[in-house]
Design a protein around this ligand. Structure first.
Ligand code: AMP
Ligand code: GLY
Length: 436
């Protein structure tokens, strides 16, 4: 099986990750039409935005049929966890159209921490020791906390918009929060709470594309989660990213491949879980030993904004390999250069912030790499010919360089030419990884 010579693609999502996907797809000579649902002001320069909610599968289906779509690429986790893969696979009118993403069962690797931990335990994949508790077993949970050392890691089982993980220094606080979570602090998402061992080390994000049998490891990245310089302040969706990651060298990646990636793919197969998409493995380098912190069933944001620009081979070939079980034949070509992205956010983010400020200094065309930086849009919208801020994370400015310093300085320079009220970015992206 293969794609026709020229295909129509529907991409679901609206953030910086989706602009990076749209940019990458638009570069392929194999694409006739690219639609993005719902997209943002940046994706509109790479394809056509359509006003469809990715979680409304009925509308997605109608669009796919009326526009002769040959491929559906899913950016965010929500449609995946809600079962878009199975929705297509089980409907005779659209079952022949590949959806890049896991089945509903596969998406539980992200949708349920308890499911993911049990999967890792079953398949001997290194991760933090853990136990899960519900309201009924609250007393056992409190007793379990007594057996652990600080800091205490509590995780809501379900999706909690990235806020469901608490890391607490005091046992009293941990006990109070465990009770709060089991009593609905994160709604149904915290009906079950995973308590796990604290892992100390430095994190990185490993991205794997799989057709369910073979896999390709995409460029490794590190993201910067905290709002403040020096990794301080509250967690955000991500303030920047760097790829490659110097400590994720060949020896480290060999361990990741053997102890984590291969057993993950083999485990999915052994458990008869259909998985044709991306696996994002968040891992901790614990004194040279990689351990899984979490699985996500999609690409990361802002990591995608550095991972995809480093992929030089045609991304449609990657999707074709995933969709038709021939990923082993895909010749993945990766640029040796370093890519860095710096995220510009709205003042107040990740707390409350105002939207609707005009952004000046942006080019309106689909960006190319020879312009110095690629300005990916995250939270933007266009109105009467103007581009306005429409989210907390507004832009992700990606640049290439021979070194991290070189790339990040190019992004900082580009950012100086972009103006909007309340612009903020972290001035230390990549600094911890630079050779002194
Ligand atoms: P998660 O949603 O599982 O990625 O957790 C959010 C963040 O909490 C991770 O990116 C880590 O920085 C941190 N974290 C999660 N689990 C652990 C752990 N067991 N030990 C240390 N840090 C953790
Ligand atoms: N950058 C982390 C995430 O996408 O979840």
């Amino acid at each position: 099986m293969k794609f026709p010579d020229s295909i129509n693609v529907l991409l679901l999502g609206s953030g910086g990750r989706e602009h990076a996907f749209a940019w990458s797809i638009a570069r392929s000579k194999r694409v006739a039409k690219l639609y993005i649902a719902p997209g943002n002001a940046g994706t509109a320069s790479c394809g056509t935005n359509v006003d469809i909610n990715p979680n409304n599968f009925g509308s997605v289906k109608q669009f796919v049929i009326s526009n002769n779509i040959n491929l559906v690429v899913v950016g965010p986790e929500e449609p995946l966890v809600k079962g878009i893969y199975n929705f297509f696979a089980e409907d005779g009118e659209i079952s022949n159209i590949p959806v890049i993403g896991p089945s509903t069962e596969g998406a539980r690797l992200e949708g349920s921490k308890d499911f993911a931990k049990a999967f890792m335990t079953r398949h001997n994949i290194p991760t933090a020791a853990y136990r899960s508790f519900t309201k009924k077993s609250l007393d056992e949970g409190l007793a379990f906390l007594e057996t652990l050392k600080a800091p205490y890691v509590l995780k809501a089982d379900g999706l909690a918009a990235g806020k469901g993980v608490l890391i607490l220094d005091s046992i009293d606080e941990a006990k109070t929060e465990l009770a709060n979570m089991l009593n609905g602090k994160f709604g149904a998402a915290s009906n079950t709470v995973v308590i796990e061992e604290y892992l100390s080390g430095i994190e990185c994000s490993v991205f794997v594309a799989t057709d369910g049998t073979s896999f390709k490891i995409l460029p490794v990245a590190k993201d910067y989660k905290r709002i403040g310089v020096g990794d301080t302040g509250p967690n955000t969706g991500g303030m920047g990213a760097v790829s490659p990651v110097p400590f994720a060298d060949e020896q480290f990646m060999e361990k990741v491949t053997k102890t984590i990636v291969e057993p993950t793919i083999a485990g999915l197969k052994a458990d008869k879980i259909i998985y044709k998409g991306f696996i994002f493995i968040g891992l901790m380098n614990v004194d040279g030993t990689p351990k899984v912190v979490e699985y996500n069933v999609r690409m990361g944001d802002p990591e995608t904004e550095v991972v995809l620009p480093r992929i030089e081979s045609d991304i449609i070939g990657l999707f074709e390999g995933i969709a038709y079980g021939k990923l082993d034949k895909y010749d993945l070509q990766i640029s040796p250069n370093t890519a860095v992205t710096v995220v510009c956010v709205s003042e107040g983010y990740p707390g409350s912030y105002e939207k609707g400020f005009e952004i000046k200094g942006l080019s309106m065309s689909c960006p190319t790499t020879d312009e110095g930086s690629i300005v990916f849009h995250a939270g933007t919208t266009s109105k009467a010919g103007k581009i306005l801020t429409s989210g907390g994370r507004v832009l992700a400015v990606t640049s290439f360089g021979k070194s991290i310093a070189d790339a990040v300085n190019k992004s900082f320079n580009t950012i100086q030419d972009i103006e909007y009220q309340g612009k903020y970015y972290r001035s230390d992206i990549g600094k911890d990884l630079m050779k002194r």
